[in-house]
Structures are given as C-alpha cells and as structure tokens.
Design a protein around this ligand. Sequence first.
Ligand SMILES: [Zn+2]
Length: 427
Amino acid sequence: MSSDASRSLSDVRQTIEPLPDFLRNPTFLPRITQHDGRAVEDALAATLFDSGVRLKAAVIDASYAASEPPLLKRLRDEQLPRLIEPHTLRFTTGRFLEIGALNTLPYAPKTPIQVESFNKAGARDLAQGVLRFAQTHRCDHYLTAALPYHDQNFQDWASFNDWLLEESCSANGSSEIDRRPLIAQVAPGRTALLNPKIVVNRLLDYPIAAAYVQPLNLNPLKDGPEKLKLYVEFLQAISSEGIPVIAARVGAFGLVLQALGIMAFDSGLGQAEASNLAQLNRIPTEKEKARREEGKAGGPDKRIYLEQLKTTLKGNHAAAILNQRGLRSRFVCNHSCCQYRGFEDLALRRRQHFLCAREAEVAAIRDCTTPGLRRDLVREQLRDAQESARLVRRALIELGAEAPRFEHLDRWISLLAQEHLLPAFAN
Ligand SMILES: [Zn+2]
C-alpha cells in the first residue's frame, strides 16, 4: 500500500471511529492476573466513605480469563473497555509447554514456533484462535496475536508479524468473529527499536485502533538513558502517525511516558517495572524447581509501591523504611486502600494499594489541561521523590541497613528535560 493510501487509512480511522476515552486521555490499565483479581475487586468495592477506584480500562491475562472468574462479568457489567493479553509471545521457546496455564490455551501451538517451520496456515490459526478466545470471553477490544521481533532473523519475524496482523484484520468481522476495534500487539527487540519506521509503516497498512507495545527487554529502573530514549522515540514514532499507544509493563515509568504524550500504559499490580521475555522463558534451575514443589514459589518477595518515591520497593526495603518513625510519616497513604489504617498490614494489601495509588497518580495527570502542565506535574513529583530518596538512603545507611538505589529518578527527570522528546505543543 502506498504511503498516501496508508495516510488516508489513518485519517479514516480517526474520523469514522472516534477514539475511546482510554486511548485519548491519560489512562492506567491494570494487568489482571489470577493473583490480582481479589485486589481489583476490593479496590472497586464502594464503601460508606468513598466510591472505590474508577478504572478506565483493563488488560486481562489470557490464563486468568480462561478460568472465567466472576470479576470478568463485573468488568463487563460496568462496561469497562477490556482486552486480553494472549501470551503468544511465549510460544517461541519450549518453556510454555511446561506451563499448564499457557499450553492449555485453546490456540496454543503443539510445538514452539520457529523460523524454519512457521507458515501462513499457522499464522491464520493463531490469529483467529486469539480473536475467537477474546470473543468467547466477550472482550470489547481485540488484542492481536503477535510474535517477538527478534534481532536474529529479523526479516522472518517481521513477515510473521505481518501475516498475523493481516489474518487478524481479515478475520475481524467475518462470519465467525464479531467485528471489534483491533489493537495491534508489537514486541520490539533492539533492531526494531532502532528502526521504528519499519514497524510503523507496517502498522499504517492496517485498520487498527491502537498499538500495544511490549518490548522484549525493558527495565525502566535499570536501563541507561540511551535505551530509554530509544524506547520513547519508538513509541512516539507510532503515536505521531495517529496510532494511539498502550505501553505495556512499564510501572511508574508510565507517568513519565504520559508527560511525553504517550497516553496509556499497563502494569501488573505491585510487580517490578520490567519486561524481559528471555527471563520469562528461562528454564528454572533445579533449586527453583525444588522450591516450587515445596510450595515456596520462586521470584521476588512482596514488593510494595511507595508513591512518594515513585518506585516499587523490595519488601525488606519497604519494611525498613516504614519501621523508622522519622521516615514513616512521609509515606502516609490517604487513598481508600490505606485510609484509617496503619502500615502494619500494608504488605497484605499491597496490590490494592498499588492500584489505588496508580489510579490517583494518573487521575492527577488527567486533570492537567495542557501537555505542558502534565510535564511540570510529573517533573515536580519526580523531584520530590529524589528528595524523599535522599532522606531514605541517609537514614538507612546511618542505621547500617542496606539502602535501595534511586538513580532511575535522575534518568527519568533527564528524559523530561530533552526538548525533542516533548510533544511539540508542550511549551
Ligand atoms: Zn494505600
């Protein structure tokens, strides 16, 4: 398709179907897994004292949706925009075959998807299977099947993603599958991040409502300024063509993205802010397997989000901070999750706390009437977080305790200072 034709397709998309609120205004989408269902229900529950959290949209893990939990019906009844993350990125190594929640998904392939053997028929089955699953669970938006844009054999993976998007578009509104707005899933590796045009030009060829971007390896807490800049530029390359972007798995960094004009982001409740496909697909060590068999799940401890630090902390770090009387008063949470309660059981309600805090943060950005005000608000919050971080580190070091590091706050502030990354109309 010529670029003129593509452009007109993008214009048509905007004029015929007005963008839904969650793609037009700053929005946080909780990524709901089986671990988060209860916390979301608690947060949604209205009490005598407040009206509960008002979600704008949600991303539901396919493995959780498959169990058809009552929460899904509740979200439907509230007419909340919902999409299902189909986990198709996991299908390129053998690891998913060992995980019941993944290999029992009705569209999961029998063997890992490999460059040598994947074909158009396989792409059709996968694309249609994912849409059918979303339809069965009555989603009002479809998130398409996608495969990683791996650096190795990049052209092959790019073709596979073309096939999947093409098949998704043809199936949408066919005799079997009701037409719904399609959100194209994109999983860029380094080559794709360095060449956003390659991906953007492909997306422009299809009638999609938005792009859901899930990098193969991104850690906003640890990645250097160059990598973060590359990622932001990639997202902006898509959104500047009129395709709204949902940035996946970014945690508090999503607030920085919103200050930079990327409206929507998702993250799990209380997870560390990172996505790393290779890590997810890694075969667990014998020690980890043994721990799991004993019922002691591996993975990180109970992480807690501290809004004033704009950071999800390891449980032991959060406990060390909240145990200090001098520090504790800085971290009082006034949202419905914690109102009238002490910090003692914060770890138990950490997911609900994460959701309430994140909702409130994004609501404040939403309330800013101009992009310039959004940037100023986030920059000010990050500077306050730097100040809190300095106090936390000093107090913990004086006590001889291990102190967390907060250098990511400096990197995030420096991104906001880069004029060329700001939306053109932000000043
Ligand atoms: Zn709270």
